[in-house]
Write a protein that binds this ligand. Structure first.
Ligand SMILES: Nc1ncnc2c1ncn2[C@@H]1O[C@H](COP(=O)(O)OP(=O)(O)OP(=O)(O)O)[C@@H](O)[C@H]1O
Ligand SMILES: [Mg+2]
Length: 265
């Protein structure tokens, strides 16, 4: 089973007194077909961990493994292709002068798809992300935020990744576009079977999409486990504080106590 793992990964920026440890000894792993949610407040190191998992920043200590093999600076094109990142702000990650057709065509070219096969594949990708009706000559600015984020997703899917890292992909969307994007991600993942790392500061959203979650605080993972169990009975005060900040997740004072679900031994 294909697996992407961070093993005791530390990432630091700057030197000496200006040194910032953005990720501090983190262990997380995700297998193909499964979703790991990562939650934490702004600055807790989520995006830096995402970039380390994708091989875009080298760890100062620890290692990232793909299928049990360490990879880093020497990773080949294949490892690059197999791990794709989608960011919060598609306006920044999609080149504004290129059309939808060109954006997706370029991604397919990078993945080694022959020129003659590209128009057909562009159609399939647009279909997969619910944009079959979009004008292929449209530029990113002519699309809605939700549509742009779907184009960014289609572009990532163009390389047929084994792992998709979604960094706050729903954060800039309004409530309805956010729900639609979450559903779409779930569907596409079921169809294609990639492993997903879903990063957000929204612990309510993460619960819907991930079976397992890791909670980050000040660069470290303070708690990790089954998403429902973590939300129902957080073990770390920081997790409890994150949950308490979401009114619909926090237990109402008058609600009957939920029996604990510790496994029978
Ligand atoms: N390229 C960089 N150079 C210097 N410091 C950085 C760099 N990237 C991130 N940092 C620092 O690392 C820490 C973690 O940042 P990171 O972007 O990973 O957090 P985050 O959890 O993704 O936050 P947000 O929810 O706001 O996106 C912060 O203190 C940030 O200032
Ligand atoms: Mg971030």
């Amino acid at each position: 089973m294909s697996r992407l793992a961070a093993i005791d990964v530390t990432v630091a920026f700057g030197h000496r007194r200006r040194r910032v440890v953005a990720v501090d000894g983190v262990d997380v792993a995700v297998a193909r077909g499964e979703t790991l949610g990562i939650v934490g407040e702004s600055g807790s190191g989520k995006s830096t961990l995402a970039r380390a998992l994708a091989g875009l920043v080298p760890p100062a200590a620890g290692r990232v493994e793909l299928d049990g093999q360490p990879f880093g600076r020497r990773r080949g094109r294949d490892a690059l292709r197999r791990i794709q990142l989608v960011f919060q702000d598609p306006a920044a990650s999609l080149s504004p002068t290129l059309s939808v057709e060109q954006l997706l065509g370029d991604a397919l070219a990078a993945a080694g798809v022959a020129r003659s096969a590209r128009p057909g594949r562009v159609g399939e990708l647009l279909d997969a992300v619910g944009l079959a009706a979009v004008r292929r000559q449209a530029r990113p600015r002519e699309l809605s935020g939700g549509q742009r984020q779907r184009v960014a997703l289609a572009r990532a899917l163009g390389s047929e990744p084994d792992f998709l890292i979604c960094d706050e992909v729903t954060s800039a969307l309004d409530v309805s576009a956010r729900g639609a994007m979450l559903n779409l991600l779930g569907e596409v993942q079921r169809e294609r079977g990639f492993g997903m790392v879903f990063i957000t500061h929204d612990i309510a959203a993460v619960r819907h999409i991930s079976r397992r979650i890791a909670v980050m605080h000040l660069g470290a993972v303070v708690e990790q486990g089954d998403a429902r169990a973590v939300v129902a009975a957080p073990q770390h005060p920081y997790t409890a504080a994150l949950i308490a900040a979401v009114p619909r997740l926090a237990p109402a004072p008058s609600a009957p106590a939920v029996p604990s679900q510790s496994p029978a031994t």
